[in-house]
Design a protein around this ligand. Structure first.
Ligand code: ASP
Length: 289
């Protein structure tokens, strides 16, 4: 019995050695927050939103409060949530002035006829979301975490609920030294994340190159074609490196709760919980793994 389950990553990159334990600490907290939602009967989408909110609020990961600024010194955030059961998704690109783009991504998915909003008009939609009472703010730009009391922190995750229903997210401040207006892979369906009724994936790393190979969709396709999830993650990274020569990482989970991960960057903190809260494993996936 592996369900419900959650797998979380804190970003693949050139982590400084002393920052790796901090990354592991925060992905583990985020995994616990998401798992609490799953084990109290919440849906995969509920849990994926909560887990990602924790990462956005941690201040210690490259998303939300901790997002790295663009070349103008402004935090421009990208995020996406995918509902595997119906291939619905909501995406936000280059939004400023808020901390929690993941809740807006969910609002876009559930409450509008559209999928992807960017820039100032995304912020207007955020204001409408608050006015509608879809989510409440603790302070300007910061969402009150729904479903559970806020206890921890959290940038991509995959959740599988007890019914085998999968959701996936990604949320980021983007790569270092990005030009204002630049949007990476994270809010791009199939690139930064993907989920269907068989498998989900969430990617991290150099977004320009992740988009070129549509990394998350490719890895899910490998699983649909019969590969196990760990081999699919490795095959995805091999293909990515061969075709782009760039750095990235990927986490994968299928509807049975099997999971896989791989990176060719120095490190990618991950945390996994399956079936019971104490059945938890957290470590940094390293390039050599
Ligand atoms: N993939 C993200 C981007 O290119 C960055 C990251 O994963 O750290 O915006």
């Amino acid at each position: 019995m592996k369900l419900p389950m959650i797998i979380v990553h804190g970003g693949a990159g050139a982590w400084k050695d002393d920052r790796i334990p901090v990354g592991i600490e925060y992905v583990e907290k985020a995994a616990r927050a998401g798992f609490d939602v799953l084990s109290s009967g919440g849906s995969a989408v509920d849990a994926a939103e909560v887990c990602t909110l924790f990462m956005e609020n941690s201040g210690n990961l490259n998303a939300g409060k901790g997002a790295r600024p663009n070349l103008d010194g402004i935090r421009e955030l990208d995020a996406m949530i995918v509902d595997g059961i119906n291939l619905q998704f909501g995406s936000v690109g280059a939004i400023t002035g808020i901390q929690n783009p993941i809740s807006l991504a969910r609002y876009i998915m559930e409450k509008t006829d559209f999928n992807f909003f960017a820039g100032d008009n995304a912020k207007k939609l955020y204001d409408r979301m608050i006015q509608d009472g879809y989510r409440r703010e603790i302070q300007a730009g910061e969402i009150e975490i729904p479903y559970i009391s806020p206890v921890g922190d959290t940038v991509g995750c995959i959740t599988v609920d007890a019914n085998g229903h999968i959701a996936a997210t990604s949320s980021t401040g983007g790569i270092a030294k990005k030009l204002p207006g630049r949007v990476g892979d994270s809010p791009v369906m199939g690139a930064g994340a993907y989920a269907n009724d068989i498998c989900g994936a969430s990617a991290t790393g150099w977004g320009e190159h992740i988009m070129r190979v549509v990394l998350s969709r490719m890895v899910v396709l490998y699983v649909e074609d019969g590969l196990d999830v760990m081999s699919a993650a490795q095959k995805g990274m091999d293909m990515f490196e061969r075709k782009t020569g760039s750095e990235a990482g990927i986490i994968v989970a299928d509807k049975e709760g099997n999971f896989g991960y791989s990176t060719n960057a120095k490190a990618m903190p991950i945390s996994v919980i399956r079936s019971k809260a104490d059945n938890l494993q957290s470590h940094a996936c390293m390039k050599e793994e």
